[in-house]
Design a binder for this molecule. Structure first.
Ligand code: ZN
Length: 286
């Protein structure tokens, strides 16, 4: 029997399922957690969503995502920061450990990436007291540089680690192997972060060729990422947190039946998500 007690599925993986379908579908397969997206909570209603997740006994490694702060207009920026406070409250209500920051990047017409990054830092600093009061950690997730023009100007693990250092307690790292596997400094970044600052570890695989810039993440095992190596690094530093598969897959997994996707996720991830004692792949090797 696989040990799935640290394993969560990020619900974008079963994009067409409602929150209720995802909660039921994951719990049915013995998956212990669900990574939640805000739009599904808004659809279900906050209180019913929180009750649904709690009653199923699922843990929530993260709420995805923060609202973009890619605007220079002060009134629009203030509204975006307020929206982020609302999402922090949502994270607290559903028991999510962290709110994943995906902050956008350049404002329309802007070409100054440094300015965008400074704006993001200021915006996070502005919401941090609210997050602290709510007991929600701000999760800094570096996104692959191919997203630097629009989705996020946070692009390397080292950059996010330095940002976390500057912002201080109440911030941590969301490590996603899809975004960081290519980075020669990723493993050292994980070691430098240490086990407690890594809030959740996102799994998927890099397909060659990648057919869609945004939505062609591969099932674990179908691509070129050495997942076992990364699990080994996490064991080495004593990481005890969640593993969470997250698939954006317009051409494959989103077209399949959700039950099939969940089953294959559990099967493919099982070798990499066990507890350190009872044998993830690396722990089983002397
Ligand atoms: Zn991710």
């Amino acid at each position: 029997m696989s040990d799935l007690s640290r394993f969560a599925i990020n619900q974008i993986t079963t994009r067409d399922w409602t929150l209720r379908q995802a909660v039921d579908g994951y719990a049915r397969r013995g998956v212990a957690g669900i990574g939640v997206w805000t739009q599904y909570v808004d659809d279900a209603g906050l209180a019913p969503a929180a009750r649904l997740i709690r009653d199923a006994g699922l843990f929530v490694p993260c709420l995805c995502t923060s609202a973009w702060v890619n605007m220079t207009d002060p009134a629009l920026l203030a509204a975006a920061i307020d929206e982020n406070r609302r999402r922090i409250d949502m994270a607290a209500a559903i028991g999510a450990r962290c709110l994943v920051v995906v902050p956008g990047s350049l404002a329309p017409g802007e070409r100054d990436l440094s300015a965008a990054r400074a704006r993001v830092e200021d915006a996070i600093a502005a919401i941090l007291p609210h997050a602290d009061a709510a007991g929600v950690v701000i999760g800094l997730e570096p996104l692959h540089p191919m997203f630097a023009g629009d989705r996020s100007c946070l692009n390397t693990f080292a950059q996010c680690l330095a940002l976390s250092d500057r912002l201080g307690p109440g911030t941590g790292l969301v490590a996603d192997v899809y975004h960081c596997w290519w980075d020669p400094d990723f493993a050292d970044g994980l070691r430098q972060a240490g086990p407690d600052r890594i809030l959740t570890f996102h799994l998927s695989d890099w397909l060659v060729p990648t057919r869609d810039l945004y939505q062609d993440r591969g099932m674990v095992g179908d691509g070129v990422i050495d997942i076992a190596f990364h699990r080994g690094v996490l064991d080495e530093i004593g990481y005890d947190g969640p593993f969470e598969i997250e698939l954006f897959s317009r051409l494959d997994w989103w077209l399949r039946d959700g039950d099939e996707t969940v089953q294959v996720c559990a099967e493919r991830c099982a070798p990499y998500v066990g507890s350190r004692r009872s044998g993830g792949v690396m722990a089983a090797v002397p």
